[in-house]
Design a protein around this ligand. Structure first.
Ligand SMILES: Cc1ncc(COP(=O)(O)O)c(C=O)c1O
Length: 386
């Protein structure tokens, strides 16, 4: 526990709750917590699974997921990315990818092993690596490089020492996206340094730019030589409270996770797996619809803050705007506090996302267009421009 930092958002959420107690009209853009209902077909599939007398959904599930669920994952990879997976060995259900990533860290790394972690990143990576006693070397994602890491700038000694590199595109929190050329370079780099690649595609269905369609790293590491990829139902299908996700990739890594999971948890409630299968098979239209909603929200917020002069890169994907803090603030936490005090708007300070996140705040597009415009208007009224 000594090496474990407090969860990034904890202090901000405490401050938010205090404002709520005082009766402030808070606009909460702090957590990436989708406010939409899951697809109708998913809710119907859950209802059907709960009542189905032919299957014993209520019993203990298997550790790595129903064979039908894993077959559904393989079919989704084939349809979405043209990637062929063996569902028996190369796919696994998870109780959310937050759980899965942690189990993978424990199963794959020995204490003291090095992870090259592209940051800013989903904060759980940082805390989980600390618990697993992984030595983290941060690889910065900066606006001037389109939020893609500069692999050539990683010191050779660190690249050779590391066991794995973790990437997340489309990226939380920057909204940066991968390119085919970058993934090709990443595979060459991983091979040259004998690195495992951890790819997190939690936002792959949430394209805010109609010209962008996310790739899987398994399109590049086609033989599943050195990749584990995580995907979640939380953002694509607004099912974050259901706790269901999956991992796909190198069979040895999945087997080690299976061994760990079999000693520490059970799998996902089987009725939820069946509902999640409905999302994979028939949720494409939903993904397109919610992407449209997030796109309109992004535009509404960027429109509202346009007069304030922020040098912001409009995100091409995800549900976040990565906003540089006004120059007069010393750090992201100070700006976050001032924003909450003067406008009631809650954002996440970038410093919680890793060293490269300092100087930014993350705005989650998890409220309606009118509220996002209102947030921008309050910032203008409070003189909180760049
Ligand atoms: C990049 C990334 N990975 C994983 C997760 C965790 O998702 P899950 O709900 O599947 O645990 C999140 C949640 O915000 C995320 O942003």
């Amino acid at each position: 526990m000594r090496g474990l930092p407090p969860y990034a958002l904890a202090t901000v959420l405490q401050a938010r709750d205090e404002k709520l107690r005082q009766g402030v009209d808070v606009i909460d853009l702090g957590v990436g917590n989708p406010d939409m209902r899951p697809p109708r077909i998913v809710i119907e599939a859950l209802e059907a699974a709960l009542e189905d007398p032919r299957v014993q959904n209520h019993r203990y599930p298997s550790f790595n997921g129903l064979p039908e669920f894993r077959a559904g994952v393989a079919a989704w990879y084939a349809k979405r990315f043209g990637v062929t997976l063996d569902p028996a060995r190369e796919a696994m259900a998870l109780v959310g990818s937050k759980e899965g990533i942690f189990k993978f860290f424990l199963a794959h790394f020995d204490p003291g092993d090095t992870l090259l972690l592209c940051t800013p990143c989903y904060p759980a990576y940082i805390g989980q690596a600390a618990i697993a006693q992984i030595r983290v070397v941060e690889v910065p994602l900066v606006a001037s490089r389109g939020f893609l890491p500069d692999l050539a700038a990683i010191p050779t000694v660190e690249a050779q020492r590391a066991r794995a590199i973790a990437v997340n595109f489309p990226n939380n929190p920057t909204g940066g996206v991968e390119t085919a050329a970058f993934y090709e370079e990443l595979l060459r780099f991983a091979r040259a340094n004998d690195l495992f690649v951890i790819s997190d595609i939690a936002y792959c269905d949430l394209s805010l730019d109609p010209g962008y369609r996310a790739r899987s790293f398994l399109e590049f590491d086609r033989d599943r030589e050195r990749t584990i990829e995580f995907h979640s139902f939380s953002k694509s299908y607004s099912m974050q409270g259901w706790r269901v996700a999956f991992a796909a990739g190198e069979p040895g890594a999945l087997a080690r996770m299976h061994q760990l999971k079999s000693n520490t948890d059970y799998g996902v409630f089987m009725a939820i797996q069946r509902a999640a299968m409905a999302a994979l098979a028939g949720g494409d239209a939903y993904g397109a619809e919610v992407s449209g909603i997030y796109r309109a929200r992004r535009d509404a917020f960027l429109d509202a803050i346009a007069p304030l002069g922020f040098p912001v890169t409009p995100p091409r994907a995800t549900i976040y705007v990565w906003l540089p803090i006004p120059r007069r603030f010393a750090n992201a936490l100070e700006f976050t506090r001032e924003l909450l005090d003067t406008t009631g708007v809650v954002v996440a300070p970038g410093s919680g996302f890793g060293a490269a996140g300092e100087g930014y705040v993350r705005v989650a597009l998890c409220d309606g267009e009118a509220r996002l415009r209102e947030a921008g208007a309050r910032m203008a009224k409070a003189g909180l421009g760049y």
